[in-house]
Design a protein around this ligand. Structure first.
Ligand code: SF4
Ligand code: SF4
Length: 154
């Protein structure tokens, strides 16, 4: 089975399980993040978990993570994050916090969970940048231009 087909199947399976398990999302989000606020607002968290999962499915987060293990990107990424929040599942991540000024921050940043998520490495490629229309990073090929060798004639 080609890796892309396998990755897509796993992606759909994970998203389906997340949707079916959404009633447990307040408990899961609280346990994963150590934040009680998800348990304090269960209906809000369940609705946000639907948006989170649908955004994951649209962006094929799981599928891309699997494929990139077999085909690592070879691009040089430059830029500095301006905290627009787009790469956080198009602002739908359940752990995303937006300030009154419209700046994004991650409520699990640097923690055990975050270090295991693909978003911790964003962006790793031009495709990543295009996927969420990141306004702050650019990608270029890591291949150096080939400089012709000048041979000296004695
Ligand atoms: S999309 Fe780009 S600028 Fe926006 S939060 Fe993500 S990395 Fe930062
Ligand atoms: S960086 Fe944080 S808020 Fe953004 S997608 Fe990852 S976990 Fe969610």
């Amino acid at each position: 089975m080609p890796i892309t087909v396998f990755a897509t199947l796993i992606d759909r399976l994970v998203c389906a399980v997340m949707l079916l398990g959404s009633p447990l999302s307040p408990l899961a989000a609280s346990m994963l993040s150590g934040q009680f606020r998800f348990m304090a607002h269960p209906l809000q968290t369940i609705r946000q978990s639907w948006r989170h999962t649908l955004a994951m499915a649209r962006a094929e987060v799981i599928s891309r993570a699997i494929v990139s293990r077999f085909h690592p990107d070879q691009e040089v990424i430059t830029g500095q994050c301006t905290h627009c929040g787009k790469c956080c599942l198009d602002k739908q991540c359940v752990f995303l916090v937006m300030s009154a000024e419209g700046k994004s921050s991650c409520s699990v940043h640097g923690g055990w969970l975050w270090t295991r998520l693909r978003c911790a490495d964003y962006p790793v490629s031009g495709h990543d940048i295009a996927l969420y229309a990141c306004p702050s990073f650019t990608a270029s090929s890591s291949r150096r231009p080939i400089i012709p060798i000048r041979r000296s004639h004695s």
